[in-house]
Design a protein around this ligand. Sequence first.
Ligand SMILES: *[C@@H]1O[C@H](CO)[C@@H](O)[C@H](O)[C@H]1NC(C)=O
Ligand SMILES: *[C@@H]1O[C@H](CO)[C@@H](O)[C@H](O)[C@H]1NC(C)=O
Ligand SMILES: *[C@@H]1O[C@H](CO)[C@@H](O)[C@H](O)[C@H]1NC(C)=O
Length: 261
Amino acid sequence: MKETSVLCLLFLISLLSCTTNQAHLTVSPSRSQFFKGDFVSLSCEEDDSSAGWTLRRNTSKRQRTQCGDGWGKPAGSSCNISYIYTSDSGVYWCESREGPISNMVNLTVTGGSVILQSPVLPVMEGDDVTLLCKTKTTPSNLPAAFYKDGSLIRKQPTGHMTIQHVSRSDEGLYKCDISGHGESPSSWITVTDKHTTTPPPTSTPPPTSTPPPGSTSITLPPSLSPPLLSVLLLIGSVYVVVLLVLLVLLVRRSVHRKPKG
Ligand SMILES: *[C@@H]1O[C@H](CO)[C@@H](O)[C@H](O)[C@H]1NC(C)=O
Ligand SMILES: *[C@@H]1O[C@H](CO)[C@@H](O)[C@H](O)[C@H]1NC(C)=O
Ligand SMILES: *[C@@H]1O[C@H](CO)[C@@H](O)[C@H](O)[C@H]1NC(C)=O
């Protein structure tokens, strides 16, 4: 009976991944700005291991190059850049042989001494977002000024600011400045709509309010728009539940039929 439950679970998982066909691009450490010389690891995480996702990028110099082709070191499903250069700035994505692409990520590498640590992945409407302004050399946080679309929005003595309950109007180009050290590059913060199918914010803590030291991931359908995806997911879930019930009934019947001893 144990084996059959495990089988059921595997079946459920594989069905779910079939209905969603997701690709994830994760960045570790999870941020969009880096100092020259930093270590960065990017990975294409696939639900269906046969899909064969490849990490690609566009920089100002070359387009659509893949990991290992003059940059990065393929390491399993990851691509490690052990010493990132300013010329590694660009847009990164995962692409399958069949064509669908994952979420895209903008990475900016500075030769300067200040970076803005902002979410590298889109943030969900209603979440809290913490921005941190950091220098390369000073370990402690210094007072910083934060700008959105070129105008000063806040001066913070602790070097970080939190935008509570982000909305679409918070979307924009952010940068920060530390007196005596300089200005960070600018990075886009993208805000995505909250889906009607997602649980209320009280049951899921916003991932951005406490940025994990490791990597975060986002899942985007390769070609489907969010409302269509929700409908497909709903249909998929109903389908899975019906199949599971049928499977459990079948297993029960066969177990009962077995002669004892
Ligand atoms: C990358 O560059 C190619 C060729 O210039 C272009 O067609 C494509 O849209 C670019 N992709 C991204 C994600 O910017
Ligand atoms: C790539 O980086 C990961 C850490 O993110 C590390 O565990 C792995 O050993 C690295 N692989 C290579 C080939 O450098
Ligand atoms: C990447 O940056 C460009 C501007 O440089 C912006 O238009 C685009 O939306 C950004 N993409 C993501 C995924 O943040």
